[in-house]
Design a protein around this ligand. Structure first.
Ligand code: MSP
Length: 477
């Protein structure tokens, strides 16, 4: 089967991971685990975006202005540890200060230069530090950046530009002929209208910066952080250092998915593909932008003090519960809300009650009425589930699993195995319980990408026939 590549954005290290960052990373992990299970050669890339001025400012604010490298390394370690604690199955955690990334950025710069797409010019305009992006008046709301609610600064300097506008027609044509390239479909208009109406050539270097990757051949300039950061998607798999490995993972026949939040779609659906076209490299199969969520109805922000640490939720409820809640309660691709109350409800109803009880009942009855444990773990899932996973409709895949859970519970209510036992209908009873055990096996299989620990605990119970501890102990809420 052809290789499958999936990435998250690389995150700034000016703060610790929030539940928002965990959301993207968990979703990517679910997709990576699913594709591995179906036998694809998967590469899952995540990491940290380290050459940003934001990181430098955070180091200074933390009193480590004289040890920026050390601060950034410490923070990168915090991010990595968070993903390890959440059982994220990444294949590589890339840091954009690593030597192979630097080599790749240089090689990439040379390719774009060889295509005639880099020129020197004078930039005068607005820059939003929060976005690390040049912005136009038209993109502002009342003079402020609509995302960061801050006034951009005016910048006037001489630097290098990328001929982005040269790729306008090619980008529009690609988006039209590859409907899956910008997904979900709702985001396509946003991207095409940006390309048609707002897109200009972009400055790809800064002369006033002393942090970041130097421009090859001109040490007085540093490469613009987004230009450097986007290249991580290919430097992380060998571009510029291991061409054979790179060609194997990044080619027309492979599936390459860049998973991002909707806030950074412009970079990923316009600038990034134009960079690849300029460098003569294939485009990702798909850039999927998921929605943003609020917390209990409010925008998550440091100033509101409502930023949720994913590890706190994981410690309180378990990693699997966090994973389940995020992907079940928010339709993947749409905006949503993280609510502590709904998390507790989902735990009690979907997990403890529906799945936990089903498991407990079936194993109790199998033991009591003599049905043998499951010899082989099933590896067949429903077509609806596979279709949902392939189309990144993660909430639909979970809905399909819970449809089976509910159906199994209903079957028990309807067939009343305890009455079958009383009436001595042993054959029917054994067949019913074997069917239920098997269904639970399929449920465990389908659940694995979403809730790896629960899936393995369930499989273990089914194969030994031992109830053991409940999957989801009841909690006083
Ligand atoms: N460093 C850039 C990305 C470079 S990729 C080549 C960046 N980093 S970031 O640390 O600001 O992370 C932004 C991403 O975090 C979003 O695109 C999204 O994936 C995730 N999210 C952060 N807060 C979120 C929510 N409240 N809701 C959903 N996702 C959120 O941008």
């Amino acid at each position: 089967m052809n290789p499958f590549f999936i990435s998250t954005p690389i995150y700034y290290v000016n703060g610790k991971p929030s539940i928002g960052h965990a959301y993207t990373t968990i979703a990517a992990d679910v997709l990576a685990r699913y594709q591995r299970r179906v036998g694809r050669d998967v590469f899952f890339l995540t990491g940290t975006d380290e050459n940003s001025q934001k990181n430098v400012e955070a180091a200074e604010a933390a009193g480590r202005g004289n040890d920026i490298d050390g601060y950034i390394s410490d923070m990168a370690a915090v991010w990595k540890q968070t993903w390890d604690d959440l059982h994220i199955s990444y294949d590589r955690f890339i840091r954009t200060t690593e030597p192979d990334h630097l080599a790749a950025v240089e090689a990439f710069w040379h390719r774009v230069q060889a295509s005639g797409d880099i020129y020197k010019g004078a930039y005068e305009g607005l820059y939003c530090k929060g976005c690390e992006a040049f912005v136009t008046e038209a993109e502002l709301a009342n003079g402020l950046c609509p995302i960061h609610k801050t006034a951009p600064e005016t910048i006037k300097e001489s630097n290098y530009f990328f001929k982005l506008t040269r790729y306008k027609d090619a980008l529009l044509a690609h988006i039209k002929s590859h409907p899956e390239f910008v997904s979900p479909a709702a985001r396509r208009n946003e991207v095409t209208s940006y390309i048609e109406k707002f897109m200009t050539d972009v400055s790809i270097s800064r002369s006033t910066m002393n942090w970041g990757i130097p421009v090859p051949g001109d040490e007085s300039q540093r490469i613009y952080v987004w230009f450097d950061a986007l290249i991580n998607y290919i430097s992380g798999i060998g571009f510029g250092t291991d061409e054979a490995a790179f060609a194997r993972r990044w080619n027309q026949d492979a599936t390459m998915i860049n998973l991002v939040g909707k806030d950074i779609i412009k970079f990923h659906c316009a600038i990034w593909p134009a960079m690849l076209l300029s460098a003569g490299l294939p485009l990702p199969t798909r850039v999927f932008a998921h929605g943003f969520f609020t917390v209990d109805g409010d925008k998550m922000s440091k100033s509101l003090g409502n930023v949720i640490d994913p590890l706190e939720i994981a410690h309180e409820w378990g990693e699997d519960v966090l994973r389940y809640y995020l992907l079940r309660d928010i339709r993947f691709g749409e905006d949503g809300d993280f609510s502590h109350e709904r998390l507790a409800q989902r735990y009690a109803s979907d997990l403890a009650n529906d799945l936990g009880n089903l498991t407990h009942r079936v194993l109790t009855m199998a033991d009591k009425y003599g049905a043998p444990p499951l010899k082989r773990a099933p590896s067949d899932a429903t077509a609806t589930y596979h279709a949902a996973m392939e189309s990144l409709a993660l909430h639909e895949a979970l809905e399909e699993i819970w449809r089976m859970v509910r159906e199994a519970n209903q079957r028990i209510e309807q067939e009343k195995p305890w009455e079958m036992a009383k009436a001595g209908k042993q054959d029917g009873l054994t067949a019913l319980l074997e069917g239920l055990l098997r269904d639970l096996g399929v449920i465990a299989y389908m659940l694995e990408p979403f809730m790896p620990e629960t899936s393995s605990a369930l499989t273990q119970k089914l194969s030994t026939g031992k109830k053991g501890d409940p999957l989801f102990p009841r909690r006083d809420l």
